[in-house]
Design a protein around this ligand. Structure first.
Ligand code: FAD
Length: 147
């Protein structure tokens, strides 16, 4: 069933280097590519960057998510990619987003305490709970940007 809705949640270690601003610019570049590529492919999700790690949720048709994830895994901007969950959900959790983004803002760091992206903690955190927390953060981000 290649077009069935598919979701991958993974985490990886940041390999982007440079000053805070240089890294932020590189993350912006990732988001520009993601938003350009993901929407036409029907792929959506959220990217979180914090504490030296990435956490990303990719949702969409199986073939499109798989192709996107293969491309992402070859990216030298990160390493040690660990899939936390992969499966066929009933519905999207991030339907409105080609790639929402939370994190990387020093002033906001305290808001992401909940998800410290510590590998051991993330690996055992219930994925439904993780998705709910990410949805909450994306919602807060939306409100903040609209203000
Ligand atoms: P790019 O380097 O972005 O661009 C390649 C070509 O696109 C260029 O030849 C140029 O002609 C053309 N181009 C450039 N800018 C424009 C423009 N504005 N309009 C039209 N054409 C243009 N990638 C994703 O696609 N989705 C993701 O969700 C995603 N998540 C990522 C998460 C992490 C943690 C990391 C590290 C990377 C992620 N990436 C993601 C990036 C991914 O690894 C690849 O770098 C990216 O997909 C390459 O995209 P691209 O082939 O369009 O190359």
């Amino acid at each position: 069933m290649p077009d069935r809705l598919y979701r991958i949640i993974y985490m990886s270690r940041n390999m982007l280097t440079g000053t805070y601003d240089a890294i932020a610019a590189q993350v912006d570049g990732i988001l520009v590519s993601s938003r350009r590529n993901n929407a036409p492919a029907g792929v959506g999700g959220v990217l979180m960057f914090n504490n030296g790690c990435f956490l990303q949720v990719l949702e969409g048709p199986f073939a499109a998510v798989s192709a996107t994830f293969e491309r992402i895994q070859r990216d030298e901007g990160h390493d040690e990619v660990i899939v936390l969950e992969a499966g066929y959900p009933e519905e999207r959790r991030f339907a409105d987003w080609s790639m929402a983004f939370v994190g990387a803002d020093r002033a906001d760091a305290h808001r992401y305490e909940l998800l410290k992206l510590d590998r051991a903690r993330l690996a055992v955190l219930a994925k439904d709970e993780m998705l709910a927390q990410l949805q909450g953060l994306v919602g807060e981000e939306e409100v903040r940007r609209a203000a």
